[in-house]
Design a protein around this ligand. Structure first.
Ligand SMILES: [Zn+2]
Length: 431
């Protein structure tokens, strides 16, 4: 009788191995289609350091702040993770990042390209010199007013967020990475009301004047602090400080990090109030002119959350935006199908690691995921907490209900084994 039961057990085990091969412990995973970039895009593997199930350090805590560059300068070369540099080098070697000359700051306060090269030519296409790349976003859809602010988070952010909440508005916030590090409370206020977190570099330089590696560090570290502070969301858009970009800069943003460049079509010049070169009245007059102007194209106005006055200029203009018939939405809602992040769809944050197709043979990615073979994303949660330890009201949940994970062959084996033992046990009882 026992022999019969063992025979059945053996037959089950044999049929399992016949069906699955003898590679029993090979992990099968599939690529998450919800990433907005194609499977081979480097951004999909650059932000894997926080994976599902990881408790991210509380925003504002010492564990959190110790992970980032310490000051508001361009982060040093030795801070750049090797994976970012590898992705940059691959992009350069494949010709996707043009080898254009790097300008220096001229006495007029604008970048000057060497040998009097024309910054408006297609092979440089500097936005500082009004060359509009077809890949950059300047205009909104007709009749729309894109709500967005640069340079936060800063103390005036709190007033702005209160106002937006009262008016049921959402804005896109182009954040300076170092300001996130310095103002975690205001960062959380933005994230928790549902504002879009977008990138405005780590230290606010003229990006065209930087080396490829410095551009990498400015963008990468800002993406990293946003990623780590939002439960793993990877920003989708960035805005160059001073609107200063060219073919080389925008290629690094897109090819290495998957981000679109968003500029503006009107400048409120609100920032000139901060150095006394304009007044609230003069800025309000400019804004009045824009909102009373033509509805085509839609307005994308450069505005800031950098002082009480810049915030007041927007708040005092807001009733006129509405009375002039503009449809107000966050910039992201107008331009990016409402999604501010590359790895988010609806309420789902996809794991910030790459998953490989079983037949894809992506050995690099396989090695990066091998350490997490037991951390199935299903039912895991990553929670954003403040430094005080209280969970945020908009804790980010991750689930993969639709997806994407192939059955781990180990768990399949366990299921077969349990079934075989159970049936064998039944035979033992019967016989
Ligand atoms: Zn700025």
């Amino acid at each position: 009788m026992v022999q019969t039961a063992l025979l059945f057990l053996g037959l089950f085990l044999q049929s399992f191995f016949f069906a699955h091969g003898v590679h029993g412990h090979r992990i099968h995973r599939r690529y998450f289609q919800e990433w907005s970039q194609p499977q081979g895009h480097s951004v999909n593997r650059l932000f894997k350091r926080g994976t599902d199930g990881v408790q991210y350090p509380a925003v504002g805590s010492s564990d959190w702040s110790s992970k980032y560059p310490r000051d508001g300068q361009t982060p040093k070369r030795n801070t750049i993770p090797k994976e970012w540099l590898d992705a940059l080098n691959d992009a350069v070697a494949s010709g996707k990042v043009p080898n254009t000359p790097i300008p220096t700051m001229g006495s007029n306060g604008s970048p000057v390209y060497p040998n009097n090269q024309d910054p408006g030519s297609p092979n440089i296409c500097s936005s500082t010199y009004q060359c509009r790349s077809k890949d950059d976003i300047y205009d909104g859809p007709d009749g729309t007013f894109g709500v967005g602010f640069d340079d936060g988070p800063l103390p005036p952010t709190s007033t702005l967020v209160d106002f937006l909440k009262k008016n049921n508005e959402t804005a896109t916030h182009f954040m300076i990475g170092y300001n996130v590090l310095s103002n975690p409370q205001q960062f959380l206020e933005i994230f928790q009301y549902g504002g879009d977190c977008a990138v405005h570099t780590w230290s606010h330089p003229y990006m065209t004047t930087l080396s490829n590696e410095d551009i990498l560090a400015e963008l990468g570290w800002t993406m990293q602090i946003i990623h780590d502070s939002t439960g793993g969301k990877v920003p989708k858009i960035w805005r160059p400080p001073y609107g200063d970009s060219d073919v080389r800069v925008r290629a690094i943003a897109k090819v290495v990090f998957g981000m679109d460049t968003v500029i503006w079509n009107q400048d409120s010049a609100d920032w000139t109030m901060n150095n006394g070169k304009s007044t609230l009245d003069s800025v309000m007059n400019s804004l009045d002119g824009f909102v009373k102007g033509p509805k085509s194209p839609g307005l994308i106005i450069l505005e800031h959350e950098s002082s009480d006055n810049t915030v007041k200029a927007f708040m005092d203009t807001y009733p006129k935006i509405k009375s002039n018939g503009w449809q107000t939405k966050s910039l992201v809602a107008l331009l990016e199908n409402g999604e501010a992040y590359q790895n988010v769809k609806g309420d789902t944050v996809n794991p910030a690691e790459i998953y490989v197709n079983p037949d894809g043979g992506n050995s690099t990615s396989s090695s990066t995921t091998s350490g997490s073979s037991t951390s199935q994303p299903t039912n895991s949660k990553s929670t954003v907490t403040s430094a005080s330890g209280s969970p945020s009201s908009t804790a980010v949940s991750s689930n993969t209900s639709n997806s994407a994970l192939a059955l781990d062959s180990c768990s399949a084996f366990r299921q077969w084994l349990v079934l075989a033992i159970a049936i064998s046990a039944v035979f033992v009882v019967i016989l």
